[in-house]
Design a protein around this ligand. Structure first.
Ligand code: NI
Length: 395
C-alpha cells in the first residue's frame, strides 16, 4: 500500500470540491458538453497532462506516462447532465435553467481530475500508463458516448478499465462491488395502436384503441409474470400511455412508450420478438393496426472477477475493510460503461452517497456528500498504483 496516495487525495480535496461545484453550476446536456470539455482540458493543461480532444464528440482522453514500462490502465468519468429543474437550493445551484447534474456526473469528473492530479505527481514511480477517459453523452442512449470512444480506437492499447458511479442506495463511505452482472441492458420501444374513432354511444361503428391498448398492457405484464423464469432478470415498464381526445369519443389511436431491461442476450431478443408478436395477436383480436419501434440501448454491464477482486483489496487497504460492500444483487438500471467492458476487462464501481433524506439519482433534489470526492480519488489512484506498482505486479 502507498500511504502517500491517501495524503495526496487530502491535498487535492479542495480542488475537487471547487471543480465539482463549478461543473454543477454549469451543467450541459448529452452531446453538448463543450464548456465542460474546455474546463477539463484547462485542468489537464495546468497539471501538464497530455490530452486529445478530437476523439469523439466532446470527449477528452488524457495520458499519464509512468517513469517505467508496464500495462495501460484506463479510468473513465462521464460528463453530461439531465433536463431537470434543480430544487436543491445549494449555493452552487445550476445556472442553466432546466438542466441539472442530477446523476452525479459532476462529481465523477471532479474525482477523475483529482485522481489525475495524484497520479501525475507520482508518475515517475509508475510502471505503466494511465489513460483518463472523460466521456460525453452517457445519459442519452441514442448518442453513442462510450461506443463512440471505443470505435475511435483510442483505447486499443488499454489492458484494464475502471469507472465509478455515485450511488445513493448505499451509505456514504461504502463502496459497492460485484463480479458478473452489475447493471442491465436497456432498450426502448414506441408503440402505436391504430383503431377507428367513433361516437362513444356507438362503439360497434369503430375500433376502440384504448380498450385494445389496455389489453396489450396486461398481456405484456403476463409475458413477464407467466413466461419468464422468476430467476431471470427481466423488467418491462410502460411509462407512457397517450390516447383519446374527448370523453364521449371512442379513441382511434393509442401511443405507448416503454423500456425493457435484461441481462441475458437471449432474453433481450426474446422480449423484442415477443412484444412484436403480441401486437400482431392484438391486431387479429381487435382489428387494430399496430406498429412497434424497438431500439436497443446500452448493453449489460458485466464486471470481470479479477478486476472486482483487485478493487476490493484496494478499498480494504486504502479506505478500510468496513468500506467494502459486496452487493448481493445487480441493478436493473443501465450504464454505457458496458460498451468498454465488452472489449476490455474491468469493473464498474458504486460509490455510496446515501444519507438520510438524500433523494435518488435523477431526482431534482439529488446531491452528494462531498467527502466521497476524497475517497473516490483515493480508491481510483490506489487501483492504478496497486496494478502498476503493487507487490505482485512489480516489473
Ligand atoms: Ni449517471
Amino acid at each position: 500500500m502507498n500511504a502517500n496516495i491517501n495524503q495526496l487525495a487530502k491535498t487535492f480535496t479542495k480542488d475537487m470540491i471547487g471543480w465539482r461545484r463549478h461543473i454543477h453550476a454549469h451543467p450541459e446536456l448529452s452531446g453538448k458538453e463543450k464548456e465542460t470539455q474546455k474546463m477539463i482540458m484547462g485542468v489537464l493543461d495546468a497539471l501538464g497532462i497530455e490530452h486529445k480532444d478530437n476523439v469523439y464528440g466532446y470527449a477528452v482522453i488524457g495520458t499519464i506516462h509512468g517513469g517505467h514500462e508496464g500495462p495501460n490502465i484506463a479510468l473513465r468519468a462521464d460528463m453530461d447532465a439531465l433536463p431537470i429543474v434543480e430544487t436543491t437550493g445549494l449555493p452552487f445551484v445550476s445556472q442553466e435553467t432546466g438542466i441539472m447534474h442530477a446523476c452525479g456526473h459532476d462529481s465523477h469528473v471532479a474525482i477523475l481530475l483529482g485522481t489525475a492530479s495524484i497520479l501525475q505527481s507520482i508518475r515517475d514511480e509508475l510502471h505503466g500508463t494511465v489513460t483518463l477517459v472523460f466521456q460525453p453523452a452517457e445519459e442519452e442512449a441514442l448518442i453513442a458516448g462510450a461506443k463512440g470512444i471505443m470505435e475511435s480506437g483510442v483505447l486499443d492499447t488499454v489492458d484494464e478499465i475502471f469507472g465509478l458511479h455515485v450511488w445513493p442506495q448505499i451509505s456514504v463511505g461504502k463502496i459497492g462491488l460485484k463480479a458478473g452482472h452489475f447493471m442491465a441492458a436497456s432498450d426502448r420501444f414506441n408503440v402505436d395502436i391504430v383503431g377507428k374513432a367513433t361516437h362513444g354511444a356507438e362503439p360497434h361503428n369503430g375500433i376502440d384503441a384504448i380498450v385494445a391498448a389496455a389489453n396489450w398492457i396486461t398481456s405484456v405484464e403476463s409475458i413477464i409474470a407467466r413466461e419468464t423464469n422468476p430467476m431471470d432478470q427481466v423488467v418491462c415498464t410502460i411509462g407512457v400511455f397517450q390516447a383519446g381526445e374527448r370523453y364521449n369519443v371512442g379513441a382511434g389511436l393509442a401511443h405507448l412508450e416503454g423500456t425493457c431491461r435484461t441481462y441475458d442476450p437471449n432474453k433481450r431478443d426474446y422480449m423484442e420478438a415477443r412484444l412484436t408478436k403480441s401486437l400482431e395477436a392484438l391486431d387479429s383480436m381487435f382489428g387494430t393496426k399496430s406498429t412497434i419501434e424497438y431500439k436497443r440501448g446500452h448493453g449489460a454491464t458485466i464486471n470481470s472477477e479479477a478486476s472486482v477482486a483487485h478493487a476490493a483489496s484496494v478499498v480494504a487497504d486504502y479506505l478500510g475493510e468496513e468500506a467494502v460492500q459486496m452487493m448481493e444483487h445487480p441493478s436493473m438500471a443501465a450504464e454505457d460503461f458496458s460498451a468498454y467492458l465488452q472489449h476490455i476487462p474491468g469493473t464498474f464501481i458504486w460509490l455510496g452517497t446515501g444519507f438520510e433524506g438524500n433523494p435518488p439519482l435523477h431526482n431534482a433534489g439529488f446531491t452528494i456528500d462531498e467527502s466521497i470526492l476524497t475517497s473516490g480519488a483515493t480508491m481510483m489512484a490506489g487501483i492504478v498504483w496497486e496494478r502498476l506498482c503493487g507487490a505482485s505486479n512489480m516489473k
